[in-house]
Structure formats: structure tokens, C-alpha cells
Design a binder for this molecule. Structure first.
Ligand code: GDP
Ligand code: MG
Length: 165
């Protein structure tokens, strides 16, 4: 059975850990427990097993540790839909991912879509222009379980197809 690595990337507090918890355990917590280092979860699908690497969020003072990105078959870049600075960081995260794994597919999740936001109408179109490797941009809510399965399913289809499975 094919097993491959996917890394969750994004600023601190955007909901990386919550998306993984929702996807793998179908649970959610309001409590904020910051991820230290890396936590790896396994999700078994019909045609593959995804090893989901949930890494510590980037902050002004602490960059993402590049070695965590090595060998990843895909990335999920997460932003918090009501914090513009986390959306502005998406481009930097993509560049970082591609500096380590050239050509890996990328899914972008605008998380916390259950909260009010005033996202500019052209944001999604503009993001697709950043890289040909962006295969999916979705609006998600880890809290209300909206769109979460879809991002992982899109990434899994792409990765398994490209690996010939
Ligand atoms: P991480 O630092 O990117 O791993 O972020 P966490 O998953 O730890 O989430 C940070 C905070 O945002 C926590 O208090 C979560 O409960 C909250 N959170 C995560 N996802 C959502 C969501 O979809 N909606 C709302 N309203 N809150 C969320
Ligand atoms: Mg976390």
C-alpha cells in the first residue's frame, strides 16, 4: 500500500492542527494548544495512507524548520480567513515549500469560514496565479466540518494519480 507524506503549513493559529483533528478523528476543540515541533498523524484511505505532518506554525520570530518539509508529496497551506496577514503569508509559504520540494502539489485552505470575513472577491483568482502547482483552493471550517474532506481528497487524487496508483 502506498504511503506518502503531506505537510500542513501556515502561520500560527490558523487551524492546521484543527483541520488534521477534524479529518483524522472527526473532532474539534476550542482550546488552543500550540503545536511544539511536529506531530504526525496517519489517515488510511482506500488507495493510500497519508502521513500528515502537522508542524509548529510560523511566527515573526520563528521560521518553519525546513527539514520538516523534506520528502513531502504535497502541501496544505492554511490561512485564517479573518486575519489578512495570514492570507498575505500564503505566497511565502508556497515559495518555501517549493524551495524544498520542487513541483509538489499545493492545496490552499481558507479556514475558519464559519466566522465573518471580508475577503476581497478576487483573492482566489489572484492566488491561482502564484503557481501552477496549486491544484485546489477551498473554504474550510474545522469547527463546523465544512470542506475539510474535500481538500485532502483533492490532494490524494492528485498524488496517487501522479504516482501511478
Ligand atoms: P494551528 O496553530 O494552525 O495549529 O491552529 P489550531 O488548530 O491550534 O487552531 C487555533 C485556534 O483556532 C484554536 O482555538 C481553534 O479552536 C481555532 N479554530 C481552528 N479552526 C477553526 C475554525 O474552523 N473555526 C473557528 N471558529 N475556530 C477555529
Ligand atoms: Mg498547531
Amino acid at each position: 500500500m502506498l504511503a506518502y507524506k503531506v505537510v500542513m503549513v501556515g502561520d500560527f493559529g490558523v487551524g492546521k492542527t484543527s483541520l488534521v483533528k477534524r479529518y483524522v478523528e472527526n473532532s474539534f476543540s476550542e482550546e488552543y494548544l500550540s503545536t511544539i515541533g511536529v506531530s504526525i498523524s496517519k489517515k488510511s484511505l482506500e488507495n493510500a495512507t497519508i502521513m500528515l505532518w502537522d508542524i509548529e506554525g510560523q511566527t515573526e520570530f520563528k521560521p518553519v524548520s525546513k527539514q520538516y518539509l523534506l520528502g513531502s508529496k504535497g502541501f496544505i497551506v492554511v490561512a485564517d480567513i479573518h486575519r489578512q496577514n495570514t492570507i498575505d503569508s500564503i505566497k511565502t509559504h508556497i515559495e518555501l515549500c517549493h524551495s524544498i520540494v520542487k513541483d509538489a502539489p499545493i492545496c490552499i485552505a481558507f479556514n475558519k469560514n464559519d466566522l465573518p470575513n471580508n475577503l476581497a472577491a478576487n483573492t482566489v483568482d489572484e492566488l491561482y496565479k502564484i503557481s501552477d502547482q496549486i491544484i485546489n483552493i477551498s473554504f474550510t471550517s474545522a469547527k463546523e466540518d465544512v470542506g475539510v474532506n474535500d481538500i485532502f481528497t483533492a490532494l490524494n487524487s492528485f498524488v496517487t494519480n501522479s504516482l501511478g496508483h
